[in-house]
Design a protein around this ligand. Structure first.
Ligand SMILES: [Zn+2]
Length: 438
């Protein structure tokens, strides 16, 4: 059995595999060998299915095939060049009680935690009440089909998951000011998503003789308008309400009281909080637009015929993508621009966060993290769980990992890191949940 040092060494071996999305099959093959070696009981006991690409699917047979648990993660990571890192991003080095490296929180921690939990339970002779599947996609970070492959496999084999657990929220110790207790943030839905290209066309020419209102000028006016105005009105959603109530439990004083009585202060919160923090509260209550790419001419002295910017839109559950895009198109027209939609999908429905399966997870979390307050929430970004949610009514985005907001913010950034102390707690919580799930 591994001790804490054993956990760190083993976790570091996973980090040392640079499984960047689409880096090549050989990187994933090596990673799979590491997994086989690090989790020998799991390797010997669980069935492993070749479902496609470098996707992994393990089945640990329980007493019944009914209502299985599906523990999900993705093997791929976003690139890390090392330029802005203070350590080698693929070293898994430990510094000041933290293990550093790409994937330490997104999300090889989940792969390590789930596999280690299963490996230990097998060594203890435990047999789960229900089958347990481990489903690890290989291209989540680039929106690839890894998770679809396993969803389709499960569907075609008649597997109907009772609960799905994927990356997402965590046990956050400092999400709000002066928190009285840590918050376990359980993602129960995801915002929608679209990319819209906003195009301005015109008569290009030599930059020595510019005309007025060129394509770039019109695009700039359009972007400026969107930045300065509330394009999509903020609204309260049922999930946001539940989350704010949980915030009330951990926030001291009058502010906490207001959060607890969200029903009375709904309109006040919706209209004041996004002004205080557009990144957080704005994203919670509104459909947001971020301008992410742009293109004009190919030379410094050419006025382009056409120029474009990409608007990355995240739809709130209160808004339909069709209505938002129509509104954006209307605004674009006012500035002499047109739009082209490059794919859009709606916010997911909220999963069931009141049933037995959800409550069992909540009990396991409370047992493993005494004093924690449970906060259902809506993810602003997207995960593979969106796909698995199609076959499971309780698909929860949560990893039992204690971290600070600053650590959470290192996802996809330099110096991504995870507390060494948090590793054992994470493994323990996965074990507790599997044991409690009846
Ligand atoms: Zn991730």
């Amino acid at each position: 059995m591994k001790n804490q040092n054993g956990y760190v060494d083993s976790f570091a071996k996973l980090i040392q595999c640079p499984t960047v999305s689409d880096s090549g099959k050989e990187y994933f093959d090596k990673f799979h060998k590491v997994l086989d070696n690090e989790f020998p009981n799991l390797t010997a006991t669980c069935e492993k299915f070749e479902t496609g690409r470098s996707v992994l699917l393990y089945k640990w047979k329980g007493k019944t095939a009914d209502k299985p648990i599906v523990l999900m993660a993705h093997q791929d990571v976003v690139p890390a060049t090392g330029d802005d890192w203070t350590v080698d991003p693929y070293s898994g080095v430990v510094k000041d009680g933290r293990i550093y490296g790409r994937g330490t929180i997104d999300c090889k921690n989940v792969i390590f935690g789930t596999m280690q939990a299963v490996d230990e339970l097998i060594a203890e002779g435990f047999v789960p009440e229900h089958d347990v599947y481990l489903s690890f996609s290989d291209c989540e970070e680039i929106g690839g089909p890894g998770c679809e492959i396993n969803r389709d496999w499960l569907t075609s084999h008649g597997v109907k998951p009772g609960i799905v657990l994927d990356e997402g929220g965590a046990v956050i110790t400092d999400l709000l000011d002066n928190m009285k207790a840590p918050l376990a943030t359980l993602g129960v839905m995801e915002k929608g998503h679209a990319n819209v290209r906003v195009i301005a066309r015109g008569q290009g020419g030599h930059s020595s003789q510019p005309s007025k209102n060129t394509p770039i000028v019109r695009l700039a006016r359009f972007v400026n308008y969107c930045d300065r105005h509330t394009v999509f009105a903020p609204k309260m959603s049922p999930v946001a309400k539940e989350m704010i109530k949980a915030y009330g439990e951990v926030t001291p004083g009058f502010k906490g009281w207001v959060f607890k009585h969200v029903n009375l202060f709904s309109s006040y919160l919706v209209h004041t909080m996004p002004k205080k923090s557009p990144e957080f509260w704005g994203a919670m209550f509104q459909t947001t637009i971020a301008f992410t790419m742009m293109e004009g001419s190919s030379a410094t002295n050419i006025i382009p015929n056409n120029a474009w910017v990409n608007a990355n839109i995240r739809f709130s559950p209160n808004d339909k993508s069709k209505d938002c895009i129509a509104k954006l198109e209307k605004i674009a027209k006012r500035f002499g621009c047109e739009i082209e939609v490059l794919g859009a999908h709606e916010a997911t429905p909220a999963v069931d966060f009141s049933g037995d399966e959800y409550n069992c997870l909540v009990e396991a979390i409370k047992q493993c993290f005494p004093g924690v307050v449970i906060a259902p929430f809506m993810l602003f970004g997207g995960t593979d769980c969106r796909t698995m949610q199609e076959i499971c009514k309780t698909a929860i985005r949560f990893m039992p990992c204690v971290m600070t907001s600053a650590q959470d913010g290192r996802m996809h950034a330099a110096d991504e890191n995870f507390d060494v102390d948090a590793i054992e707690k994470m493994v323990n919580c996965y074990k507790t949940f599997i044991k409690m799930y009846k």
